[in-house]
Design a protein around this ligand. Structure first.
Ligand SMILES: [Zn+2]
Length: 342
């Protein structure tokens, strides 16, 4: 989805996400420890903030503690080639975050045909990070290891990090991100200064999306459950407010229409949202993901509940390489039956 270098080089700092400014300021001005744990809800921009912190630490000419965006170091961060920055990401996130070279991408595409990209940060990668911080920094300044999300390390991987996290080599610093600090080993958590980050307010998120050319941002923001980065990514992929609002009609016609190419997991996610909102309407509560005007009215709560259970079951297997058209057709037929007025 993201062209090589596009994502990171156009967003080298967290400056274009105003809701992260105070956390960035806090990290670079008042947090003196060698390890920061960014604790943020999904979709709040934890990776972008972590990268901005790393960039601030590595910058050759920081101004008021913030990365200058101009020096060689800042350019290396932007082009993902900084010799003193190591970024540990699960394979499944590397490409979408623009953190992978062309050769690596080609190589792993061959691998991907055999197995799907891992969601874990493996112990080998952590061991490589431990060796990385033990070598001398190329500039004589800091060496930085960024780990996103830290909960992607399994217990073995996290344990391999502990000693280095506690007593890093002289100039090494760590920035970890997580969506739930309690999901991390307490021993990892206790070695970091926690930097809590909140989602932007609805108003901030609307303005941010509008500034990026997303029309009717309220619709896509609701569609993603209030996650501005996800809404931006959807818009970048061609999703529009009209397509989202037309989805329930597609379902009732039993025709995926312009959304036929959506992968099965995304259909399952959208149908779970539609089911959720159908249930809200059935108990006279406001819907969350769609506007009330487009959700089919009058379905029975009982049918919707069993549909919800069925979708939950399907969601567990939705990553499997199903025959796409057949799977979507089956999902739509099931949805239609559940949403018929009682
Ligand atoms: Zn700089």
């Amino acid at each position: 989805m993201v062209a090589a270098g596009g994502s990171v080089s156009s967003r080298p700092q967290a400056l274009d996400m105003p809701w992260l400014s105070s956390a960035l300021h806090q990290a670079l001005h008042t947090m003196q420890g060698h390890a920061i744990l960014v604790s943020a809800p999904p979709g709040a921009g934890a990776f972008e903030l972590s990268l901005a912190i790393a960039q601030g630490w590595l910058c050759h000419a920081p101004s008021e503690g913030r990365a200058c965006g101009q020096c060689a170091s800042c350019h290396w961060v932007a082009s993902r080639s900084h010799p003193d920055l190591l970024c540990l990401l699960p394979e499944a996130l590397q490409q979408s975050l623009g953190w992978r070279s062309e050769e690596e991408t080609t190589g792993s595409e061959e691998k991907a045909s055999k197995s799907k990209p891992s969601q874990e940060i493996k112990v080998d990668a952590v061991r490589a990070a431990v060796s990385f911080v033990q070598t001398t920094s190329s500039s004589g300044r800091s060496k930085v290891v960024l780990i996103h999300p830290a909960e992607a390390m399994n217990q073995v991987a996290a344990n391999a990090l502990l000693k280095t996290l506690e007593e890093p080599a002289g100039v090494a610093r760590f920035v970890l991100s997580c969506t739930a600090p309690e999901a991390l080993l307490p021993t990892v958590r206790s070695r970091c200064q926690v930097l809590p980050v909140a989602l932007p307010t609805t108003e901030q998120a609307h303005r941010w999306l509008s500034d990026r050319g997303v029309s009717r941002p309220d619709v896509l923001l609701a569609a993603t459950g209030g996650l501005p980065l996800a809404a931006r990514d959807w818009a970048d992929e061609g999703m529009t407010a009209a397509l989202w609002e037309g989805l329930p009609q597609c379902v009732m016609r039993g025709d995926a229409g312009p959304l036929a190419a959506w992968p099965v997991p995304r259909w399952v996610d959208a149908l779970q949202k539609l089911c959720h909102d159908g249930m809200c309407l059935a108990v006279h509560a406001p819907p969350r993901f769609f506007s009330a005007a487009v959700v089919p009215q009058g379905a029975s709560l009982q049918k919707l509940s069993s549909w919800a259970r069925e979708l939950q079951r399907v969601a567990k297997y939705a990553e499997h390489p199903w025959g796409q058209p057949l799977a979507v057709a089956a999902l739509l037929q099931q949805a239609r039956q559940a949403l018929q007025p009682a």
